[in-house]
Design a protein around this ligand. Structure first.
Ligand code: ATP
Length: 230
């Protein structure tokens, strides 16, 4: 289980994340929603150790999270982080090696993932030569290259066509089915509603609602709150 406990991050005068708390249980799919600037990316960056934390903390399996824990996480950052001009297979192998796989293990895992995404025959292609949907598939392959213990994905569904959305959702469900906690941000409310066990709604750096989609609906006009969040 991942626990985020009163996390705070400031940028100059702005408090971008203002004492945010929530937990993602084992096997739980959690959707992080909120308008532009609500603090989703900043929170995910602190969870992943990309940004320093100004207050509060992150616990993984009951203890303060460490760099080693984070290396076992699959992370899809907002800025994505793969190279447009490099062949996709090489990049996946490189990432797998960085995360401790053997050369042959990384190659095998990259091959399996690309085949899973129907990209096996494109393995030598540069990332930039693929469609947006296929680029996103490669990004998710990169996030899951080394059998992650937790997934933290910043807008993994953005720019995908409906078929690719379903495919991506299936991939995420395979992880939650195996007990892996998954946290992803999205602007697509219907999708979050459909896929997630839990929603965490942010507005102006604070959690304004938290619970299952059904709970939030019972509590009030969640759709309105979601849309106006942030
Ligand atoms: P979006 O959906 O648009 O990505 P978000 O919910 O992910 O939004 P953040 O990107 O976390 O929101 O931004 C939260 C606030 O922090 C915003 O006011 C943003 O301008 C500010 N912010 C984020 N990163 C920085 C930075 N590096 N320097 C200054 N301000 C920042």
């Amino acid at each position: 289980m991942l626990e985020v406990d009163h996390l705070v991050r400031r940028f100059g005068e702005i408090t971008a994340v203002d004492a945010i708390s929530f937990a993602v249980g084992d096997g739980q799919m959690t959707g992080f929603v909120g308008g532009n600037g609500a603090g989703k990316t900043t929170t995910m960056r602190m969870i992943m150790g990309v940004l320093s934390i100004h207050g509060g903390g992150v616990q993984w399996r009951g203890r303060p999270i460490t760099a080693a824990d984070r290396r076992g996480f699959g992370y899809m950052p907002e800025e994505r982080g793969l190279y447009p001009k490099q062949p996709i297979m090489d990049q996946l192998i490189y990432l797998g090696r960085l995360q401790g796989l053997s050369a042959s293990g990384a190659r095998q895992r990259a091959k399996t993932l690309l085949e899973r995404f129907n990209l096996g025959d494109r393995h030598k292609d540069k990332l930039e030569s693929l469609s947006l949907g296929n680029q996103q598939r490669v990004q998710i392959a990169a996030a899951v290259i080394s059998d992650p213990q937790m997934l933290v994905l910043d807008e993994p569904f953005s720019g995908l066509d409906p078929a690719a959305v379903d495919e991506m959702a299936d991939v995420l469900r395979e992880f939650t089915d195996r007990g892996v906690p998954v946290l992803f941000s999205s602007h697509q409310l219907d999708l979050v509603d459909r896929l997630c066990d839990q929603l965490v709604v942010l507005s102006a750096g604070r959690v304004v609602a938290r619970g299952t989609a059904a709970e939030l609906r019972r509590r009030g006009p969640v759709r309105h709150r979601l849309i106006t969040a942030g």
